[in-house]
Design a protein around this ligand. Structure first.
Ligand code: ADP
Ligand code: UVW
Ligand code: MG
Length: 316
């Protein structure tokens, strides 16, 4: 599963863990309620095995305070636990292992810019194998434009629209479920948007341009955070794994930063194929890695169960 909790909880899926997931549901309305439903169904179906919750935020626990702090009054932020948490951490953990393997380097020596571009899209800067910055924040709404989510907007738009008579619930729905590609181009499916854009549809062209501009803005920021020392830019998830045109456009004109793409290799790395798609002699590798959140969850679960079993054995 892939959801969030506001407090640090034991990963074994106790009633307290489930209550924490429930508590954070309003922050991740697309994620926590269905995952909680699945936990309960799994507990009913398999009552005699341990159940483990693997959180999408854990990978970002290494972000420094200046990356996770919003410039809101300190007391208010502490009282309501408002900070940047970051998401897609299960995918980023997997991609970091895989990128290190492909680069032939120990994970803790890898500097990476990871792009998880799916219906939910985000990016992450990894320094020495650890997350130092990511685009999603307090909720999975911040950052890149997505299938139905608006990503970054001026926060003043919210009170402005409240003043126009929208309710908080309507705005939440509007920003999470009716914006992004759906709001700009009328489709959540980027393949459809690309097809219409290639036929000259202005709304689809604009939607793709907005999506790409936001990716490139964070790419620039992460190059700075990593001091220009980047081993690889990694693309993953539905759009990142299949959208070869978007990958090429996202990285166009970046030869000055040591980043270029080989057209043929890039076009071949689609439909589940892993690929090294940087241009010849490019100092920064460009990797396409199909993510495997299920495998990562299984591996982290095994590790939790192993540690738990060892603890019980020591206590006996
Ligand atoms: N060939 C393709 N080109 C561009 N985008 C694609 C392609 N195939 C799938 N996608 C996009 O991938 C997205 C879904 O990605 P996925 O990682 O499955 O999302 P999520 O897990 O967040 O639901 C959709 O927007 C879909 O249009
Ligand atoms: C955290 C998140 O946005 O997940 P998904 O991409 O599955 O929507
Ligand atoms: Mg996904």
């Amino acid at each position: 599963m892939c959801c969030i909790a506001l407090s640090c909880i034991a990963p074994c899926c106790s009633e307290a863990a489930k209550a924490a997931i429930q508590e954070a549901s309003e922050l991740a309305p697309l994620h926590n309620p269905p995952n909680l439903y699945c936990i309960e169904a799994a507990q009913q179906l398999f009552p005699d095995v341990p159940h483990v919750a693997v959180f999408d935020t854990t990978f970002h626990a290494t972000m420094p305070p200046e990356a996770y702090t919003y410039a809101l009054p300190t007391r208010l932020a502490a009282e309501h636990r408002i900070r940047r948490y970051g998401f897609h951490g299960i995918s980023y953990s997997y991609l970091t292992h895989e990128a290190a393997r492909m680069l032939g380097k120990p994970k803790d020596q890898c500097n990476l810019i990871l792009c998880h571009l799916g219906a939910g899209s985000s990016m992450c800067a990894v320094a020495s194998g650890r997350s130092i910055e990511t685009t999603m924040g307090f909720t999975p709404l911040e950052g890149l434009m997505m299938g139905t989510r608006c990503g970054d907007i001026d926060p003043a738009i919210v009170p402005y629209l409240l003043g126009k008579g929208y309710t908080a619930a309507e705005l939440d729905e509007l920003m999470n479920k009716q914006s992004g590609f759906l709001g700009l181009a009328g489709s959540i499916d980027v393949r459809t948007v690309e097809e219409c854009a290639l036929k000259g549809d202005e709304e689809c062209l604009l939607a793709l341009a907005v999506y790409l501009r936001r990716i490139r803005k964070y790419l620039g920021a992460y190059l700075v955070h990593l001091g220009g020392q980047v081993d690889a830019v990694v693309f993953s998830a539905g759009i990142g794994e299949n959208g070869s045109m978007l990958r090429e456009l996202a990285l166009s004109g970046l030869e000055w930063a040591g980043i270029s793409v080989d057209g043929a290799a890039n076009d071949a790395a689609v439909r589940g194929r892993t690929g090294e798609v940087q241009g010849p002699g490019s100092p920064v590798k460009v990797l396409v890695i199909p993510t495997d959140e299920q495998l990562e969850i299984a591996e982290q679960t095994l590790e939790v169960v192993r540690r738990h079993t060892e603890k019980l054995a020591r206590a006996a």
